[in-house]
Design a protein around this ligand. Sequence first.
Ligand code: BEZ
Length: 232
Amino acid sequence: MCTPVQTSAQTSTQAAAPAPAVRSLPRIGDKAPDFTAITTHGEIRFREWQGDKWTLLFSHPADFTPVCSTELTELAKRHKEFESRNFKLIGVSVDSIHSHLAWVENLAKILDTRLPYPLIADVDKKVSELYGMIHPGESSTVTVRALFFIDPKATIRAIIYYPLNVGRNVDEILRVADALQTADAHSVACPVNWKKGDKVIVPPPKTEKEVEARNALSNVERLDFYLVKKSL
Ligand code: BEZ
């Protein structure tokens, strides 16, 4: 039912794998590649499925594995927090649709949590390869833990990768979602460790005129001409 997972540690004693073919992977600012796929909610065309929502497209290494089980059920428990941010969630792994369906039932049984979002069955690795989710140095057979934050205009706005042995942090995923939406809504940037409600950064000036305009701002925390914070 599960795809065998081969990690880099297991392959380290074997002959080095041939260098992967150079291919352009989606990057921040690129349009999110479109695709059709079989999912646990039926066949979808990604762009149509996304509609006018933000989307978190995430990969997990394999069904019926412990860390993935904790991650996917935690995302399910906190699904309303994504919905309230206008975010849709969709998962992908190289497992079959039968494996996904069985795992969804198993998670509902053993962890009392039903996944409200679809899982893509990417047996032919079409989606995983399109999005660069397979990192052969980590595993040549399964996807790493990738997160793609895609805005309503289908532009990739943030990408985060984790290895097979580190589970993701849902608070951090939500923090990135908040930061992207806050930056867009107020034309600001979010500083280190920022979380919703904290002060934001007024973008640095690019001309002397902008420096002047910035010097005239009131109700801001001015640390220097290029480092100005404000509350929203
Ligand atoms: C896990 O989810 O527990 C896992 C999956 C693949 C490799 C290692 C761990």
